[in-house]
Design a protein around this ligand. Structure first.
Ligand SMILES: N[C@@H](Cc1c[nH]cn1)C(=O)NCC(=O)O
Length: 455
């Protein structure tokens, strides 16, 4: 536990996730080239992304079950191999069908990676380190977006479509090799988990689902991952540029702000969760409230919103990425190790379903308003976007209701087990006292050498 070997295993796991995020986002960078290569319309191009996300979300639970059965090593290597196949297929694809096939393989390989990497953490690390490392896994993985936006885009524009996708595939070949050489499911000598017979898999899945802590994790992921995903992956750029009239270079700067805020918040949230495991859901609700208030302020602002308010919105949405990782922490702490992959898979479905539903509904509302003449011929008019983006409040309300319901169920189970949650005021007072004691101890430590010198 926590050994040098553990850091190597985790490092390769995180690299595998970073490369998966790179493969996930390469197609977005190649949008213009894809339009020409496949002679496709914008809506056909969006099918590539939607199919990829659907495959990803649809595979989360089966993959969770497989991680518990075969261990993360095989799944991380298998996921990378699938992504090699997908990117090579895309490199040679010349028809829409062949291209979608490639993206589906990438979605499948990607689906195998993240929850397998998270599954390595409790096997190799202990204690409060786990929530912090969970956050770092998410953060470092997001840097894969930069790998596709900068070096991949360079190779694409300089050497063309096939070379770019073959180069991307070669990154995943490296991951297959590194994983097979260095990654092990558990430290040497650690007992292997008891494997359930195959027919009990359904029972284990049902048990993971029945555990309110798993569903609390799923609703957490559902509620606070989607607003940021919807903004970054689909509607943020057209909203900022076409509706709010933001200059494209400022819109890009806001997108960068999103990544920076997520990177800053992640470790802080991780250590906070480690210190206050019984207050995780309160933090989740506070993050959801911050996102809802930020959207409300922007959507109700008369006329185009000022840049500072848009920056505030982006910062609030960015907290959702690391915030949603609290969902995986619920899965980890409420489930025994033998079904942790399954529970993690259930949690990870939440955010992607909410994102797909919201992306689709926002598009539908924009289309309807345009067809009825409300948008005055401008599909992306500010007034239309105000109404369409408000759809997110309904999705968020469903999520918050899910959190409150499952939280009450989880607390009732804890009470049955004799764990009582102290009132919030008492917890805050205790935290203040702890900080005072720590400060006092630090001051005393600082004064001790001075006293020695005075002697
Ligand atoms: N919440 C995200 C990851 C994240 C962490 N920080 C910012 N984003 C998540 O759930 N990711 C799942 C995946 O497969 O990427």
């Amino acid at each position: 536990m926590n050994s040098k070997r553990a850091w190597i295993v985790w490092g390769i796991g995180v690299l595998a996730y970073l490369v998966a995020v790179t493969q996930r986002t390469t197609f977005g960078v190649a949008g213009l080239e894809a339009t020409a290569r496949f002679d496709a319309t914008a809506s056909i191009l969006s099918v590539f992304t939607v199919v990829q996300l659907l495959v990803y979300a649809g595979l989360q639970i089966p993959v969770g079950v497989l991680v518990d059965r075969f261990g993360p090593r095989l799944l991380i290597a298998g996921g990378a191999a699938l992504m090699v196949a997908g990117q090579l297929q895309l490199a040679s694809a010349e028809s829409v069908g062949a291209g979608i096939m490639g993206r589906s393989l990438v979605g499948a390989g990607d689906a195998l990676t993240f929850i397998s990497v998270l599954r390595l953490l409790p096997a190799w690390f202990s204690g409060r380190r786990i929530p912090v490392l969970t956050q770092w896994t998410g953060i470092v993985g997001q840097l894969g977006q930069i790998a596709s936006a900068v070096p991949f885009a360079y190779v694409l524009h300089r050497f063309g479509w096939s070379t770019a996708f073959v180069s991307a595939a070669s990154l995943s070949v490296l991951i297959v090799v590194l994983t097979l050489i260095f990654v092990r499911n558990r430290p040497p000598g650690a007992p292997s988990p008891v494997l359930l017979p195959l027919r009990q898999t359904a029972t284990s899945l049902a048990e993971a689902w029945r555990q309110p802590g798993t569903r609390l994790g799923m609703w957490t992921h559902f509620t606070i991952q989607f607003p940021g995903t919807v903004f970054i992956l689909m509607w943020g750029f057209p909203y900022l540029v076409s509706a709010e009239g933001v200059d494209p270079s400022w819109a890009s700067a806001l997108m960068t702000l999103f990544v920076v805020v997520a990177i800053i918040c992640g470790p802080w949230l991780g250590s906070w969760v480690g210190r206050h495991p019984l207050r995780r859901s309160t933090m989740v609700l506070l993050i959801a409230a911050a996102m809802a208030c930020a959207w409300l302020a922007v959507l109700l602002y008369p006329g185009p919103a000022p840049l500072w308010l848009l920056a505030l919105l982006v910062a609030a949405l960015a907290i959702g990425g690391p915030g949603s990782m609290i969902g995986f922490d619920f899965a980890r702490t409420y489930n025994p190790g033998r079904r942790l992959g399954t529970a993690t898979g259930i949690v990870n479905v939440g955010g992607f379903i909410a994102s797909l539903v919201s992306m689709y509904l926002i598009g539908v509302v924009l289309d309807v308003l345009n067809a009825r003449g409300f948008s005055g011929g401008d599909l992306y008019a500010l007034e239309s976007f105000r109404i369409a983006l408000a759809v997110q409040f309904f999705v968020m309300a469903v999520g918050v209701a899910g959190i409150l319901r499952t939280r009450a169920q989880a607390r009732a189970r804890m009470a049955d087990d004799g764990v009582r949650l102290p009132p919030l005021r008492q917890a805050i007072a205790r935290e203040r006292q702890r900080k005072q004691v720590e400060r006092g101890a630090r001051q005393a430590e600082r004064k001790a050498p001075e006293r020695e010198n005075d002697k």
